[in-house]
Design a protein around this ligand. Structure first.
Ligand code: MN
Length: 232
C-alpha cells in the first residue's frame, strides 16, 4: 500500500447513463479548429493537419443525468466563450491505432463544452505562447453523462447544437468534422498512448460566442444525454 504525505485527490469522473459506476478521467485531449465554418470564423481557411491541446483532468465539471450543473464564471476574463463539442470517451488504451480499428477503443460518447477564456487565448496566440491560460482552467470542461457506444445509434452524422437562454447559438452536424472521430484517434494515438479514461473533445462548429453570469447553456448531440450548464 502506497503512502502519501497528504491525501491523494479523488479521481475526476463522469456519470454514465443507465449505471451507477462512473467513468474515471485520465486525460482530456481537445482538437483545435475541426469544423470548417468555425476555422473560418477564427480566421483560418483550408484543411490543416489536426492539432491538439489538453485540459487537466480535474477541469471536468460533470453533470448528472437530467441535472443542470453550475459553472463559476472564471477569473481574469471578460470574454468567456462556449464551444459545444462531441466528446469521445476512450475505454481501451493503445498507441498507433489505425482509423479502421478506432471504434474498438471507444467506450462511449458525451456532450461537452470546451469553455474558453477567448481574450486570454487570443493574447497567447498573438504572442505565440501556449493556450493553457485560455483553455485549461478550473471547470473549463463541463460534460454530460456518457452514453456507452454499445447499442447506441451511429453518432457520426448526429446533429450538434447549443442554445443559450433558449436562443440558438451553434448548430451543425458531426458529419462536418474535418478530421472525423476515427482519424482523430489515429492521429492522437500516434503522439500519445491513449489510456482508458481519456476524453477527446472533438472540436466545435461555428457560432461560438460569449456568455455571462446568469446564462443557461443547453448543449445537445442527438442520441446523447443533453448537458445543461448555468454560469454563476
Ligand atoms: Mn474547442
Amino acid at each position: 500500500m502506497m503512502s502519501y504525505v497528504f491525501s491523494a485527490p479523488a479521481a475526476a469522473s463522469v456519470a454514465i447513463t443507465g449505471i451507477a459506476e462512473r467513468f474515471p478521467v485520465h486525460r482530456i485531449y481537445c482538437v483545435g479548429r475541426n469544423y470548417e465554418e468555425h476555422a473560418k470564423e477564427m480566421g483560418q481557411t483550408g484543411r490543416e493537419p489536426p492539432f491538439f491541446f489538453m485540459k487537466p483532468a480535474d477541469a471536468v465539471l460533470a453533470a448528472d443525468p437530467g441535472q443542470a450543473v453550475d459553472m463559476p464564471y472564471p477569473t481574469l476574463t471578460a470574454n468567456l466563450h462556449h464551444e459545444v463539442e462531441l466528446v469521445v470517451a476512450i475505454g481501451t488504451g493503445g498507441s498507433n491505432i489505425r482509423a479502421e480499428d478506432a471504434h474498438h477503443y471507444i467506450y462511449g460518447y458525451a456532450v461537452g463544452l470546451d469553455m474558453t477564456r477567448r481574450d486570454l487565448q487570443n493574447d497567447m496566440k498573438k504572442q505565440g505562447r501556449p493556450w493553457c491560460i485560455g483553455k485549461g482552467f478550473e471547470h473549463s470542461a463541463p460534460i454530460g453523462a456518457i452514453t456507452p457506444a454499445t447499442g447506441l445509434p451511429d453518432v457520426t452524422s448526429a446533429d450538434i447544437a447549443l442554445l443559450v437562454n433558449g436562443s440558438p447559438r451553434q448548430r451543425s452536424s458531426v458529419s462536418k468534422l474535418i478530421w472525423n472521430i476515427a482519424e482523430t484517434i489515429e492521429q492522437l494515438s500516434a503522439a500519445w498512448t491513449l489510456q482508458p479514461g481519456d476524453l477527446i473533445f472533438t472540436g466545435t462548429p461555428e457560432g461560438v460566442g460569449a456568455v455571462v453570469r446568469g446564462d443557461v447553456l443547453h448543449a445537445t448531440v442527438d442520441g446523447l444525454e443533453p448537458l445543461k450548464v448555468r454560469i454563476v
